[in-house]
Ligand binder design. Structure first.
Ligand code: 6R9
Length: 657
């Protein structure tokens, strides 16, 4: 057996990073977040959260901040009552901001619409009246299967207003994926569109709903927004949005619901088994979504133009397009389409058009921008940007630097925000203006949040050590369970470190020498090479740090000698040239990894591919690449954003490219 310093650790620590970027004095002086927040939260966590809850309007104030007596089932702001939609819409109109634009909506084909808070209030009220007329009331479940159009946001807020729970299903999912989700939570209503624009062309959406509804007896009605003028099948279940909603009164009185009243279900696809319906409730969720959005993005409601590029089918769209931003009276851009329609500068054109000042996106898109080349953002005026965010995956240091230089003008702070569908809101992130940022690291838990890196025994690892990320204190926006399955909730998140009472996030992580946290990918993806526990993230970061590589995904494939061998899939940067994929270049890449992080991490094999398989939120589905690397038939692809990608990859590999 080989001896190595990594033995006995849950995860080896291979990469080091010494670059840091302190906030400028000007930024720090105007920042929403102050260094004292950390001390305040530490001194009295519950008092701290109670203060954050004061950001919202409560019809009845709570009597207890946290009830954790039935752990792991939490109750926050016990006895309090509020209406979530009122907090996101009406109160801004009442405080005199009815004429402020809430949403600058930009359609893919070039149509656009500016929606003020007053208009949003009318639209949401009409939609709430329409839903009520269809028999939707408190605690009913409503499936929303729509592209990124304003009606999707109206529909979510209408549900919240009525106390009904929405279950948003990503518009790229198949009929079968939609059906299983409708069935699991027995949705009474589905809200959808005739079609959606995809890469410049209208594509039908309604047929998938027809197919799903045929196998889902709980569905009583289907409400259809006309978006593409695509012909649709019609039965007596269907109702047109423009016929029903547009004829409703634009007055609707919101009712106050209990702080623990359910707000939504959002399904996350586990790697195995049926999707989990993650349940979120009202008061705690909105408190943390609002607090984090205000402090992490430094939001100035009167002057900022915020843009989160997520889809509403992802939790990021829930917390950082709908609930967090609107509760903070944001002016935001919502864009319907793909980033390269009709051209690869579309995002920068939008930033320039609206003067976007805060931009929040995913590493996968940043790496795609790198692949397209720095000359594209350089053509636009991006000087309005002052805060940049990243979410969804570890951001490789090179992608971080590229983002800072080519999008952030070398000065906008980057907030790398770690969180999950289950956590409901951001948990680990630098606070801009307070923390010196560090490329590739999400750094530290936000004030009020407890997070640690521990070893197999649940003992915190020392600085420089790797292990598992756990959350050691309950937090307001934590999931309240998995829909219909208490046992699975306890088993999935609370059994691994039951003795310590830690929430197990399922992510590998490490501390660097400063005690900053680095996320290292899902624990299920960790590779074991000759007894070394190597994270996918570090090898991928090493590959991306080579000038010819835009994106990389690595997997451990079974290996007779080493247990597992590292197999890498890489996408080359635009302009890298044909020779970049040749045998010489591949050897150079393998050597580069060995030099960056050590010979143990040198990939056994590197394959150049045109695309990588990704989920709706841009996460690489390594499970499918493992199938390719181990020469198996490719497994379940239903949650891929684009299911044709696996064919592209296989075809490319067969033709030897
Ligand atoms: C918000 C969201 C959660 C998983 C999470 C982790 C990964 C998210 C990250 C990150 C490293 C970040 N993840 N943000 N990894 N750095 N800043 O993505 O929710 O879709 O439920 O995924 O995403 O692996 O456990 P969700």
């Amino acid at each position: 057996m080989t001896q190595s310093p990594g033995q006995g650790q849950a995860l080896d620590n291979l990469l080091t990073e010494s670059r840091t970027f302190p906030p400028s004095d000007e930024f720090a002086a105007q920042a929403n977040a102050k260094p004292e927040l950390y001390e305040e939260a530490k001194a009295d966590r519950e008092a701290f959260w109670a203060k954050q809850a004061e950001r919202l309007h409560w019809d009845t104030k709570w009597t207890q901040v946290l009830d954790w007596s039935d752990a792991p089932f939490a109750k926050w702001f016990v006895g309090g009552k509020l209406n979530v939609a009122y907090n996101c819409v009406d109160r801004h109109v009442e405080s005199g901001h009815g004429e402020q634009v809430a949403i600058h909506w930009e359609g893919e084909p070039g149509d656009s619409r500016a929606i003020t808070y007053a208009e949003l209030q009318r639209e949401v009220s009409k939609a709430a009246n329409a839903l009520a007329s269809l028999g939707i009331g408190a605690e009913d479940r409503v499936a929303i299967y729509m592209p990124m159009i304003p009606e999707a946001i109206f529909a979510m807020l209408a549900c919240a207003r009525l106390g009904a729970m929405h279950s948003v299903v990503f518009g790229g999912f198949s009929a079968e994926a939609l059906r299983t989700r409708i069935e699991d939570s027995e949705c009474k209503l589905v809200i959808t569109t005739d079609g959606q624009y995809r890469r410049g062309n209208p594509a039908p959406l309604k047929p998938a709903v027809d197919e799903a509804v045929a196998g889902a007896p709980s569905v009583e009605k289907v409400l259809v927004v006309k978006r593409t003028n695509t012909e649709v099948a019609w039965t007596d279940k269907e109702v047109w949005w423009h016929e029903l909603v547009d004829s409703q009164s634009d007055q609707h009185t919101p009712e106050a619901f209990d702080s623990e009243h359910p707000l939504f279900i959002l399904y996350t696809s586990g790697t195995t088994g049926k999707p989990k319906g993650i349940l979120h409730t009202s008061g705690g969720y909105l408190t943390q979504a609002s607090y984090t959005h205000y402090n992490v993005f430094d939001l100035k409601p009167d002057t900022d133009v915020y843009w989160c590029t997520a889809d509403i089918g992802w939790v990021t769209g829930h917390s950082y397009i709908v609930y967090g931003p609107l509760s903070n009276r944001v002016t935001q851009v919502v864009y319907e389409g793909t980033p390269n329609t009709p051209h690869e500068g579309r995002h920068w054109e939008i930033v320039q058009k609206y003067g976007v000042s805060i931009y929040y996106t995913a590493p996968t898109l940043i790496r795609t921008f790198m692949k397209w080349g720095a000359d594209i953002p350089a053509k636009y005026d991006l000087s309005s940007l002052r805060v940049l965010g990243s979410v969804g995956e570890p951001i490789n240091p090179e992608a971080w630097i590229w983002y800072r230089e080519n999008v952030g003008g070398g000065k906008a702070p980057i907030v790398d925000t770690w969180w999950q569908t289950e956590t409901g809101a951001i948990m680990i992130s630098p606070l801009p203006g307070v923390v010196s940022t560090k490329p590739g690291s999400a750094q530290r838990p936000l004030p009020g949040i407890g997070a640690k890196v521990v070893n197999d025994e649940g003992v915190e690892v020392p600085h420089g050590g790797g292990g598992y990320l756990v959350l050691d204190e309950p937090w307001p926006s934590m999931l309240r369970g998995i829909w219909g399955d208490e046992e699975r909730y306890k088993e999935t998140y609370w059994s691994r470190f039951a003795e310590q009472g830690f929430y197990f996030a399922g992510d590998g992580a490490k501390y660097d020498d400063d005690g900053d946290i680095w996320l290292l990918g899902r624990v299920d993806d960790v590779m074991n090479v000759s007894g070394h526990r190597i994270s996918t993230t570090e090898v991928e970061s090493a590959l991306v740090s080579h000038p010819t590589v835009a994106e990389a995904a690595v997997v451990g494939a079974s290996d007779a000698t080493t247990g597992q061998g590292i197999v890498a899939f890489v996408i080359l940067r635009g302009g890298a040239g044909d020779e970049a994929g040749g045998a010489e270049a591949i050897k150079a890449l393998r050597d580069h990894v060995a030099k960056e992080i050590g010979p143990i991490a040198k990939p056994r094999q590197i394959m150049v591919v045109p695309e990588l398989p990704k989920t709706r939120s841009g996460k690489i589905m390594r499970r499918l690449l493992r199938d390719v690397a181990e020469n198996r038939a490719v497994g379940d692809v239903t949650t891929l954003a684009d299911s044709s990608v696996m064919d592209l990859i296989s075809a490319g590999l067969q033709s030897g490219k």
